[in-house]
Design a protein around this ligand. Structure first.
Ligand SMILES: [Zn+2]
Length: 408
């Protein structure tokens, strides 16, 4: 009996996984991501594609990141090293955990005597890459160039302490998280941070109600793939007395029962729950921030405002985002950073990392290519967790330039 149940549950879970992955990915760009296709293209053709990619958002562009990497390799073959470096940077901004291209960029940086940045990349590959060949390549570079002898730059951290960033809470946000975010942004960016003493009600225009839709699709997926007798039996085992899953409550009971039978069921169920939450349009929230904090934003030497949400947010064409920001204003959400079992310090760290990334966008900085930097682009929560809650050396140098411009 147990085995029958197991295989049935296995089949059902497969369907559910399919449904959820459909829900989570059907909005992202589809198409050919095969590097071999790009290999056959000319520099000119790839350059056009790369230009097009620069016009779309990061999650969409990430699907086609090989365009940048293939173009960079072709530039390198043609001995156009500056173009290769620029293009590698563009690719790594989207996919910083690409060890092979990190090494490629590090070698070019060494030629240009950009030791600091090269050292960060080489150390990253040396310490975290599983591929033996790439790791030993990183070790060779490390010793060959005596990177270990290069001291960290002794220049003081750039500061812009007469400039201010505002932070504002939306409904339901934990004040302790906002406090942690505010202090870390102040420390890492060396700017003044002030938490606005009001709580905003998130604008519900263009809110997405996903619950009924997801429950309906997923339970239908199960029912359609099962023999009726099996399905009835399953409902009985799941404790559905009426032997039907018609209401949302019944559908949820059935799904939860099926998913929790699985080894990694708890994590998976929490993902499903997050997908079912109401989602707010990030662009609408940014407009709301600009409207409702206009008095603060009009002040002298104001860098912008960051809104913090606990509810899930999305962007046009993207199922969900951790944060969304442009120069001067942005919104972030820590909705996907916790479930009932996440220790508080983990949620806190994840939120802090995101806030540093959002602040960089508010200041108008380009994405960072150092994978462990808080400002690197994460493709998943797992990649987000690999980032540190601080800015890397290259970000600090970028800040130096940005602050000089603002001072003048
Ligand atoms: Zn960085």
């Amino acid at each position: 009996m147990k085995n029958i149940l197991k295989s049935r549950v296995g089949r059902v879970l497969f369907i559910i996984l399919f449904c959820v992955s459909f829900f989570r990915h059907h909005c992202t760009a589809a198409g050919d991501t095969n590097a071999d296709v790009y290999k056959k293209m000319s520099i000119e053709e790839l350059a056009v594609k790369a230009y097009e990619l620069e016009q779309v958002s990061s999650p969409e562009a990430r699907e086609y990141v090989d365009v940048f990497f293939q173009l960079a390799e072709k530039y390198l073959k043609a001995n156009r090293k500056d173009a290769a470096m620029e293009t590698l940077n563009k690719g790594l901004r989207l996919k910083s955990w690409d060890y092979r291209h990190q090494i490629m960029l590090a070698e070019l940086e060494l030629e240009k005597k950009q030791y600091q940045s090269a050292r960060d990349r080489i150390n990253f590959v040396k310490n975290s890459c599983d591929d033996e060949t790439l790791r030993s390549k990183a070790e060779q570079l490390f010793f060959k160039t005596e990177l270990k002898n290069i001291e960290s730059k002794t220049k003081p951290r750039p500061e812009l302490l007469d400039h201010k960033l505002y932070i504002v809470r939306f409904d339901g946000v934990d004040p302790a998280i906002v406090k942690a975010i505010a202090s870390k942004i102040g420390q890492e960016f060396n700017i003044k941070v002030q938490v606005i003493d009001r709580v905003l009600k998130p604008d519900k225009t263009e809110i997405k109600h996903n619950r009924a839709k997801i429950l309906g699709e997923m339970t239908r997926g199960i029912k359609d793939k099962m023999v009726p007798a099996e399905y009835k039996k399953m409902l009985k085992e799941a404790g559905l007395a009426g032997l039907e899953a018609n209401t949302d409550v019944e559908k949820e009971k059935l799904l939860k029962w099926v998913i929790l039978k699985y080894k990694d069921g708890r994590n998976y169920w929490s993902e499903v729950e997050k997908s079912m939450e109401d989602q707010y349009n990030s662009n609408v929230l940014i407009e709301q921030l600009e409207r409702q904090c206009s008095k603060e934003l009009r002040g002298n030497k104001v860098l912008g405002v960051l809104g913090v949400m606990v509810y899930d947010i999305y962007a046009d064409g993207i199922n969900f985002v951790f944060g969304r920001a442009g120069e001067g204003s942005g919104v972030m959400s820590y909705s996907r950073f916790f479930d009932d079992f996440t220790p508080n310090h983990v949620t806190m760290k994840r939120a802090v990392v995101q806030s540093l990334s959002s602040t960089g966008m508010i200041l108008g900085l380009e994405r960072c290519t150092t994978p462990t930097c808080a400002r690197a682009y994460p493709h998943s929560l797992e990649e987000h967790d690999r980032k540190e809650d601080k800015l890397c050396n290259s970000c600090i140098e970028v800040l130096r330039v940005n602050y000089e411009t603002r001072k003048n």
